[in-house]
Design a protein around this ligand. Structure first.
Ligand code: GLC
Ligand code: CA
Length: 610
């Protein structure tokens, strides 16, 4: 296995800032409300910048804050240059950027340009008539008619939020394409004028205002296959079929992304693209290879989609998975950049998935909840690539309690999938969908952030105003965990600092999975190099070993795994209380530890980063 730390592109000071940075995603509606309307806002976020700074966050990614009818929580933008009033004003964005820059932090915005809102002026114009100069900015197609003269959409494609990807427009008598909700019409990237407008009005507008880059929504769906033919029937019970091959990684996608790169490059803006339906490294590398000049990094979804059912329509039929699958997928997306000039990302939460501790950990008792949330922290903070945390992950926020009924799910996707199941009349499907939503729904991550232990959890003043019901699990809050050395929050602070201190090993190192069939313990070796005092390269290894069960588990032979003498082994960190235990031979329930083969106090004094 080659070392990625010593490649041309990463040697010396030439590394871009975002590789070792810790990013933190803020879902603004649920983070902090400053004016008691029950909806989080920019002044609220601004008041927590110091909190994020102290946590060790280098860059904040703010989910969409633009003018929007909020059919999909702002992923339906009606004006890219205005801020949705409940979030605040454009001056608030300037203030946020300045406050972050003052602290050496950065801010990226969410760029949603596969589609706009139906209320965007471009779409209004496009739908006004077939001769509108902007008609071709969206994807319009005539109807198909069957032998009975009945009208049908141009293709049989199923949209992400159930139903057809096509909606009939009475006024101009054509269908328009929308991969998501009918209120989110897809832009036609084949049209050059439309692309230029996107670059100028959405990207440069914000770059000129000083933002540091973008998380780019649905980045591989801009180039559709232009034949517009039916997808193969994979779900015989539905008129609509999964068709990602018709719109993911289409024929012109790399051309379009290189154009985006040219827009970002003069501003040295960072880009991280959302790359779904691309589970093969061969398909991912072209996007993230430095030479290709496309994207700095992408989110690949194999790990975060674990547990999701098959195909589009089965997404919420929960599919249990063994630990070995989580391990091997992690390994796959760790190792795929080794020996290349590409880069990877590390994340296990975002606004589109259930909470990590409820999916990969064990929130069944307060003790197991805490131990498993810390072990998840250890897993994430020891992996190679750029780390992304999602708000609330650092305090171990959980999914909504199973006692909450379906009316607490607000997300367009959850609502559509549940309605579809109900409409089927199939009791089994309804039950399974309800169960799957309880684990996987996007709503879980969107519950208000728990700042303190009050009824309103410090999110807003009057909890009855909150746009989503407020979770009341005691002990899961910033206030109750701050200063408690055993807490999830303090553990994140500590491991984030260790990650920075030993970044050659953790961020830039190689990843070697051990004991891959073991279904209870997870172990891997991270290896990197630093330059020693005498100018020679010094190898630094760390063994990460984690018990992913609620029972005691035997500890492997640590010195053997690290390939060093027993007296060279050091315990770097453990999720358990005691730090001295080296030879205790067992891991307690959900305990995780990191051992290394070097003296810890030497890390910074005796060496420098490559
Ligand atoms: C992305 C977003 C998701 C949104 C969708 C449509 O997947 O992360 O929240 O619903 O794009 O914009
Ligand atoms: Ca507010």
């Amino acid at each position: 296995m080659g070392s990625i730390a010593v490649q041309e592109e990463t040697i010396g000071e030439g590394r871009p800032w975002w590789k070792a940075a810790t990013f933190y995603q803020v879902y603004p509606a649920s983070f902090k409300d400053s004016n008691d309307d029950g909806w989080g806002d920019l002044p609220g976020l601004l008041s927590k910048v110091d909190y994020l700074h102290a946590l060790g966050v280098d860059c904040i990614w703010v989910s969409p804050i633009f003018e929007s009818p909020q059919k999909d929580m702002g992923y339906d933008v009606s004006d890219y240059q205005k801020i949705y009033a409940p979030y605040g004003s454009i001056e608030d964005v300037d203030t946020l950027v300045a406050a972050c820059h003052d602290r050496g932090m950065r801010v990226i915005l969410d760029l949603v340009v596969n589609h706009t809102s139906i209320e965007h002026a471009w779409f209004q114009e496009s739908r006004s008539s077939k001769d509108s100069p902007k008609r071709d900015w969206y994807i319009w197609k005539p109807a198909r008619y069957d032998s009975n003269g009945l009208r049908h959409p141009p293709t049989n494609w199923r949209g992400y939020f159930a139903g057809s990807t096509w909606t009939w427009d009475e006024h101009t008598q054509e269908y328009y394409l929308h991969l998501y909700a009918p209120e989110q019409p897809d832009l036609n990237w084949e049209n050059k004028e439309c692309r230029e407008a996107i670059y100028e009005d959405t990207m440069r507008f914000w770059l000129r205002r000083g933002v540091d880059g973008f998380r780019i929504d649905t980045v591989n769906k801009y180039s559709k296959r232009t034949e517009y033919v039916d997808a193969t029937i994979t779900d015989p019970f539905s008129p609509y079929q999964a068709a990602p091959e018709m719109w993911c990684n289409g024929p012109r996608i790399h051309e379009f992304i290189r154009e985006i790169n040219q827009v970002l490059a003069p501003y040295s803006a960072v880009s991280v693209g959302e790359l779904s339906n691309t589970p093969d490294p061969k398909g991912v590398l072209p996007y993230v290879s430095a030479k290709a000049k496309e994207l700095d990094m992408v989110f690949e979804f194999s790990v975060i989609r674990l547990g999701n059912g098959d195909l589009f329509s089965g997404k919420y039929i929960y599919k249990p998975f063994p630990l070995s699958q989580l391990k091997s997928l992690t390994e796959k997306w760790q190792c795929f950049i080794e020996g290349t000039d590409g880069w990877t990302t590390v994340f296990c939460e975002n606004h589109d998935n259930g909470r990590a501790v409820s999916r990969f950990g064990d929130p069944s008792t307060p003790e197991l909840w805490r131990a498993s949330a810390k072990t998840i922290a250890l897993w994430q903070t020891t992996l190679s690539g750029t780390l992304f945390l999602y708000q609330g992950q650092e305090i171990g926020m959980t999914n909504m309690p199973t006692s909450w009924d379906i009316t607490h799910y607000k997300d367009v996707e959850a609502v559509s999938f549940f309605a579809e199941a109900m409409a089927s009349g199939d009791e089994e499907r309804i039950r399974k969908t309800r169960h799957g939503l309880g684990i996987l729904a996007r709503d879980h991550a969107r519950l208000p952030f728990r700042w303190n232990e009050d009824e309103n959890v410090g999110f807003t003043t009057d909890e009855t105003n909150s746009w989503m019901r407020i979770p009341q699990e005691r002990g899961i809050s910033v206030e109750s965990q701050s200063g408690d050395e055993q807490s999830v929050l303090e553990f994140y602070r500590r491991t984030l600092a260790l990650r920075q201190e030993h970044q050659e090993t953790f961020v830039f190192g190689t990843h070697q999975l051990l004991d891959r069939e073991n279904e209870s313990t997870w172990a891997y070796v991270k290896e990197g190099f630093v330059v020693g005092r005498d100018g020679t390269e010094v190898r630094r290894r760390a063994l990460v070993v984690m018990n992913f069960t609620a029972k005691m588990a035997p500890l492997m032979d640590v010195s053997r795994a690290l390939g060093c003498a027993r007296d060279e082994v050091r315990l770097m960190v453990t999720t358990g209380g005691k730090e001295e235990g080296l030879d205790d031979g067992a891991l307690s329930a959900w305990e995780g530890r990191v051992y290394c083969d070097f003296d810890l106090d030497m890390a910074t004094s005796d060496s420098r980063h490559l």
